[in-house]
Design a protein around this ligand. Structure first.
Ligand SMILES: [Zn+2]
Length: 558
């Protein structure tokens, strides 16, 4: 052991000398910088990385109390950072039946039926993740659900979160009949012959069942957060960026942090609408100040919705949908969006806008451009972001670089779009047609034009598993237009590490592996930089290190 030396200003006293608390050895260390530096081993002391280098460099820091993790030649990367999740609803969904990726009605029904019989004591049968493609016309019916769950209320949320599918018990409990009118911004799908509700409730019509759903208690919410943290660590995720929520949600995360349970660094947005006032922003400011610059729970970001989704033709397009006279309507006018964005920008907030259709994307970029023109630059600079960006007009691609706007995209949404292409019809490609589909999820083009990218999952819309997103980003096949769509393994890894760290103003403390950075790492079972994944489940996490502690280890024998 090396003799203790005087701590430098800002360092803590160090009775153990230079010896590391934890060493990761025998790895292919992907440092994550833009130069593509690699190394073999990493040393950690307390909650910081102290050195990255060769085996010999790091062996010198090994003391009697040092724990050693052998990476067995696997990739060692900065802990993954999911730039777009809905962490609490994701955690809640872990207790429900998962219908993600099931492409036939038979599979969907079998999954629900098995789940319902495994939980005989529960009154409700809940699930999420259904695709449109298993259902004729893309619309599920209560009869299909009654067949397998006749006697208990059953509700299944669509993967996109914009529809629910319920059985007859739920319609009866909620009092939804042929005489119930559509609520504003919602549709109760009704049988054209009988006028009876079919069991498919879209957009705001989903709220009609809220009064009869089982109440979610604070204990449920705490449990959901705990479950979400454990789920994230399993996939090597040590940072998340929560795309919306309430101030109460942020308090819940902060309570978990104080209790030592929040082993995922959380950058938390609050939802805003055109009704948000300066007084609301005062309250948001107060919470931001109170949390300060804590690396584990922080805010300073606000989430808005410019439009809906392509599947239900609620995304705002510049030209009508291919199979409809409508082009979709934005959620708010360009003037309102610009006003709200400018208000937040002036007060130093980062604004993230859900913008899926090419018209919504243009409106949001216009709003950012206006804010930058009329407001002085905030102290930390401007890093506004667009979320999703599913179809874009070619003229708007270079504007990301020009305005410094980050493209926050979710690679697995491409796969969901593809799954929704299954016969008899796929709403995603059918609704927009081939020309616009060729400009779908244009992160390669935005990046080629100098724009910044951050990748995420949108969990529970898509699975939280980062490996699936890496696989998709690396293997994405060329689409019409001849543009290369795939990206290098190094860039795909950056999309889940250093780039999202920039997107949350955190690049000086995480997202790369270097001395002085927070000790958040993921160790994979193989070296994906040498042998890129060819299947969605090829990327396997063997250990996750959060804040200098081993927070997840793959159970032996798996
Ligand atoms: Zn989302």
């Amino acid at each position: 052991m090396v003799a203790a030396c005087q701590p430098a200003p800002g360092e803590t006293a160090d009775p153990g000398g230079d010896a590391a608390d934890l060493i990761v050895t025998n790895g292919r260390v992907f440092v994550g910088d833009e130069q593509g530096t690699t190394a073999q081993a990493v040393a950690i002391k307390g909650h910081l990385i102290t050195r990255v280098g060769t085996e010999a460099d790091i062996a010198a820091l090994r003391g009697p109390g040092t724990r050693v993790i052998d990476a067995h030649g696997g990739t060692v990367a900065p802990g993954f950072n999911d730039a777009h999740v809905h962490f609490l609803s994701g955690g809640q969904s872990l207790g429900d039946v998962d219908l993600a990726g099931l492409t036939t009605l038979r599979e969907v029904q079998a999954a629900i039926s098995a789940f319902a019989s495994s939980k005989p004591a529960d009154d409700w049968v809940k699930g999420r993740g259904w695709l449109y493609s298993p259902f004729p016309g893309g619309s599920p019916t209560r009869a299909q659900l009654d067949e397998i769950v006749p006697d208990r209320p059953a509700v299944m949320t669509c993967y996109d979160g914009h529809s629910v599918w319920v059985n007859s018990r739920v319609l009866a409990l909620a009092g939804i009949t042929r005489d119930t009118p559509n609520p504003p911004n919602g549709v109760i799908v009704k049988d054209p012959k009988t006028g009876e509700p079919t069991g498919h409730l879209k957009e705001a019509a989903m709220d009609l069942i809220d009064p009869v759903l089982p109440k979610v208690t604070d204990d449920d919410r705490r449990g959901a957060l705990r479950a979400a943290v454990a789920h994230a660590l399993k996939y090597g995720i040590t940072s998340i960026q929560n795309a919306g929520g309430s101030l109460e949600d942020i308090h819940l995360f902060d309570q978990a942090r104080r209790a030592g349970e929040l082993r995922v660094r959380s950058y938390l947005a609050t939802a805003a609408t055109s009704a948000t006032t300066e007084a609301d922003v005062d309250r948001m400011d107060a919470l931001w100040k109170q949390l300060g610059d804590d690396p584990t729970v922080r805010t300073g970001i606000v989430k808005m919705f410019a439009d809906g989704v392509i599947e239900s033709r609620t995304a705002a397009m510049l030209a009508p949908y291919s199979n409809s006279a409508s082009a979709g309507e934005p959620n708010l006018s360009a003037e309102e969006l610009t006003r709200i964005v400018t208000m937040f920008d002036k007060r130093g907030w980062q604004v993230q806008i859900h913008a899926i259709g090419d018209r919504a994307i243009r409106m949001a970029l216009d709003a950012f451009e206006h804010a930058a023109k009329v407001n002085p630059a905030p102290a930390r600079g401007r890093r506004h972001r667009l979320e999703h960006i599913e179809t874009i007009d070619a003229a708007d691609i270079p504007r990301f670089a020009a305005l410094g706007v980050i493209a926050s995209q979710q690679p697995m949404h491409v796969a969901l779009g593809d799954m929704n292409t299954a016969k008899p019809s796929g709403p995603w490609p059918d609704n927009i047609g081939p020309a616009r589909a060729s400009r779908a999820w244009a992160w390669p083009q935005i990046r080629a034009a100098g724009g910044r990218i951050a990748f995420g999952s949108d969990w529970p819309v898509a699975p939280l598993e980062v490996g699936q997103g890496l696989w998709l980003a690396i293997n994405r096949v060329s689409q019409a237009g001849g543009q290369a769509q795939s990206m290098s393994v190094a860039d795909a890894l950056r999309g889940y590490t250093s780039w999202p760290a920039y997107a949350s103003f955190d690049e000086l403390r995480k997202g790369t592996i270097a001395a002085g950075m927070l000790a958040d790492l993921v160790v994979l079972t193989s070296d994906i930089t040498a042998k890129p994944p060819t299947r969605p489940d090829d990327v396997v996490v063997s250990a996750t290190i959060f804040d200098g502690q081993v927070a997840y280890e793959r159970p032996p024998g798996r």
